[in-house]
Design a protein around this ligand. Structure first.
Ligand SMILES: CC(C)(COP(=O)(O)OP(=O)(O)OC[C@H]1O[C@@H](n2cnc3c(N)ncnc32)[C@H](O)[C@@H]1OP(=O)(O)O)[C@@H](O)C(=O)NCCC(=O)NCCS
Length: 174
């Protein structure tokens, strides 16, 4: 368990498959995320069962509310390399009734602190669709800086959207 103020981060279990499957079929949750092809509940469970253990280059944690142990989303740090001290972060909250309560902000801070303190990272990067104003606001609030714009990087319903590439250096986390 990795403890934040409002949330804790914990490894995912095959029994979390139903929640993940439900989130991946919710158009509001998936609005600004790559969704790929729809997968069956069976396949999502199988992926969790067969997933390799968390390791330096691939960390996946579920985001749980500390008050009631409810799983509300996911956060990953992937492609970390000791040579570069860099990794890429992804986060989402699938339970919409939990939006706007500070959980994503706390989960971001908790995962970034983990990356800098435990994994000795120097830099964490992410990308976000420029139209995803709530996520962009959260990332800036915790210290991420816009480093560039990836033009027409994301396609949804036949429209192309730009993405910001953002970075947070060791010592910049707020
Ligand atoms: C985006 C998301 C991560 C935010 O999570 P959250 O738990 O609601 O975020 P928090 O409650 O910690 O903070 C929300 C902040 O965004 C602000 N906000 C909400 N909607 C906003 C909008 N449309 N424009 C600008 N800011 C907005 C809130 O005012 C709040 O800021 P404040 O704390 O300074 O008042 C969550 O809604 C989510 O996972 N959405 C779906 C998937 C997704 O888009 N993931 C990110 C992919 S890059």
């Amino acid at each position: 368990m990795v403890l934040g103020e409002l949330v804790r981060l914990r490894p995912m279990e095959p029994s979390d498959a139903e929640a993940m499957w439900r989130w991946s079929h919710d158009p509001e949750v998936m609005r600004w995320m790559s969704d790929g092809h729809r997968q069956s509940l069976h396949h999502v469970r199988q992926r969790l069962e067969e997933r390799p253990r968390n390791a330096y280059g691939d960390v996946l944690y579920g985001i749980e509310v500390r008050a009631d142990a409810r799983l509300i989303g996911l956060v990953t740090l992937r492609d970390a390399e000791p040579e570069t001290g860099r990794a890429e972060l992804d986060l989402y909250l699938g339970e919409k009734d939990c939006w706007g309560r500070g959980y994503a902000t706390d989960a971001m801070r908790t995962m970034c602190r983990y990356g800098f303190d435990k994994m000795r990272l120097h830099k964490i990067t992410l990308t976000v669709v420029t139209e995803n104003h709530a996520a962009h606001h959260v990332y800036r609030k915790v210290g991420f800086v816009d480093e560039g714009v990836l033009r027409q990087e994301f396609r949804r319903d036949g429209e192309w959207y730009d993405m910001y590439t953002m970075g947070l250096l060791e010592g910049e986390l707020r």
